[in-house]
Ligand binder design. Structure first.
Ligand SMILES: Nc1ncnc2c1ncn2[C@@H]1O[C@H](COP(=O)(O)OP(=O)(O)OP(=O)(O)O)[C@@H](O)[C@H]1O
Ligand SMILES: [Mg+2]
Length: 455
């Protein structure tokens, strides 16, 4: 069996160096040659070499700028490229600058052929590892989502489980959750997982439309039903026929409309505003609210019979704060998404930023997290997201904490910091925090910190 050779591109304006490297490397690698920047870039785009050996002073007239310029372009194209700089003795001091710009390594002329082979082999090997790692990560992320809903904490697993079980039934589902927890996403997932997926999914926000308009929005109207009703119009229910209607902010429905929805749930038919005939429809209702319906019923503003009809199955979405490590999972996924959207290549969150993501209250839940990450991607100038980029108003929030909460939070923060710094080494972290190892283990348990997260 023929083993595929690694592909190496040599970029040097000196014919002597090109010949020498071709001769030395051709048995072990597939060697490509370029004598200037433009032809190098063309080869890189088309043939994607695993390693690029690049002369730092590509053009003798350009005073070293040309090599850096090509390096910059390569990193722009693919920041994971493995570029090894070729430097002369007089340009050795520039190697550090190149490495800061993302070059992988450098070697000095005159070329030691043994040495360069070792460097190239290692670069190929690391490139391969990175690629495998990326694939693995992608797979992992794919396993941690259900349709577009990302999550791996126990509460979200339970949500996925319920969705999976109710989706193919026609059961009405009531989705509870604070603002930004993903209620609409869950409703869509149920629809897309159901037998109705080919038909329409019709969301309507009951809180956003004035009551007198809402009725005709939902049920449609006949010509002459009211001033301005110049023709017959179908409502959302009819438009959703065969599919799903999603009644968002259901608690905002007036008692009169609640009766009409109830009637549909009992009879499976509606009447248009100003109409006399009953229209039979096949529509599944999903509803959502961030209000406490129990309380609304006690106050007499929400009908108990409708509540029971709606909540055949109910799904309670946890707040973002309750989702533990999902915060990091979501943040990374949004980072990826907005990197792509804005053509950026921000690699990760700094340790400090990750910590703030965990500490912050997230009153706006996932929607707020998404917005903060988006902002950070736009604002960040380096390839790491720092706490400043996230701009979370931590101090304002901590003013509302009790002393005990503040103490707990600080304790947790210090422990996480120590673990990160000491790469999860318990003895060293304990020594730094000036507690015994047993105490530290107790604290990890108390704060539900997994030490494996920091290794
Ligand atoms: N688990 C999740 N994974 C990925 N994205 C999510 C998740 N939860 C929410 N989002 C995103 O957060 C935003 C808010 O979600 P959604 O509109 O479903 O929330 P909501 O509960 O309906 O909010 P609101 O009460 O404000 O209407 C959307 O952009 C959605 O894509
Ligand atoms: Mg919503």
């Amino acid at each position: 069996m023929k083993i595929k050779k690694g592909r190496v591109l040599v970029v040097d304006d000196d014919q002597g160096i090109r010949d020498q490297l071709m001769w030395a490397l051709k048995d072990s690698y597939e060697v490509l040659l370029a004598e200037d920047g433009p032809s190098a870039m063309e080869i890189i785009r088309e043939q994607k070499p695993q390693v690029i050996a690049l002369d730092i002073s590509l053009s003798p007239f350009a005073q070293n700028e040309e090599g850096f310029e090509v390096l910059r372009k390569i990193m722009e194209l693919d920041p994971k490229s493995k570029v090894i700089m070729i430097t002369g003795n007089e340009t050795k001091h520039l190697a550090l600058k190149a490495i800061k710009m993302g070059a992988y390594d450098y070697f000095t002329k005159p070329i030691d052929l043994q040495e360069i082979k070792v460097i190239i082999n290692r670069a190929i090997y690391i490139g391969k590892l990175e690629q495998e790692n990326e694939l693995l990560l992608e797979k992992l992320q794919a396993e941690r989502r259900f349709h577009d809903i990302i999550g791996s904490c126990p509460q979200m697993m339970k949500v996925f489980d319920i969705i999976g079980r109710v989706a193919t039934t026609n059961a009405t589902v009531l989705i509870y959750g604070q603002s930004g927890t993903g209620k609409e996403l869950v409703a869509k997932a149920i629809h897309r997982q159901s037998l109705r997926k080919g038909k329409s999914f019709m969301p309507i926000n009951c809180g956003a439309i004035p009551e007198n308009l809402l009725e005709s929005e939902l049920f449609g109207y006949e010509k002459g039903a009211f001033t301005g009703a110049v023709g017959r119009r179908k409502g959302k229910f009819e438009l959703a026929n065969g599919g799903t209607i999603f009644l968002d902010e259901i608690a905002e429905l007036s008692l009169a409309l609640q009766v009409k929805i109830l009637r549909f749930l009992q009879e499976r038919e509606i009447e248009r505003v100003g109409g006399r005939e009953a229209i039979e429809l096949d529509v599944r209702i999903l509803a959502a609210t961030n209000k406490d319906l129990q309380q609304a019923m006690e106050k007499g503003v929400f009908r108990e019979d409708l509540f029971y009809r709606l909540s055949v199955v109910s799904i309670a979405l946890p707040t973002l704060r309750e989702r533990g490590d999902d915060i990091t999972l979501l943040a990374n996924s949004f980072l990826n998404q907005y990197n792509k959207e804005y053509g950026k290549n921000i690699k990760a969150f700094s340790a400090g930023a990750l910590q703030e993501l965990q500490t912050y209250e997230w009153p706006g839940n996932v929607r707020e997290l998404e917005n903060k990450v988006k902002r950070a991607v736009i604002m960040t100038r380096s390839n790491l997201v720092t706490p400043e980029d996230l701009d979370l108003q931590l101090s304002e929030k901590s003013g509302k904490l009790t002393l005990r909460q503040a103490k707990d939070r600080l304790e947790k923060k210090l422990i996480r910091e120590a673990l990160i710094k000491n790469r999860a080494n318990i003895s060293r972290s304990a020594r730094e925090l000036d507690v015994s190892r047993a105490t530290l283990y107790d604290m990890l348990e108390k704060h539900q910190i997994g030490k494996e997260d920091f290794s």
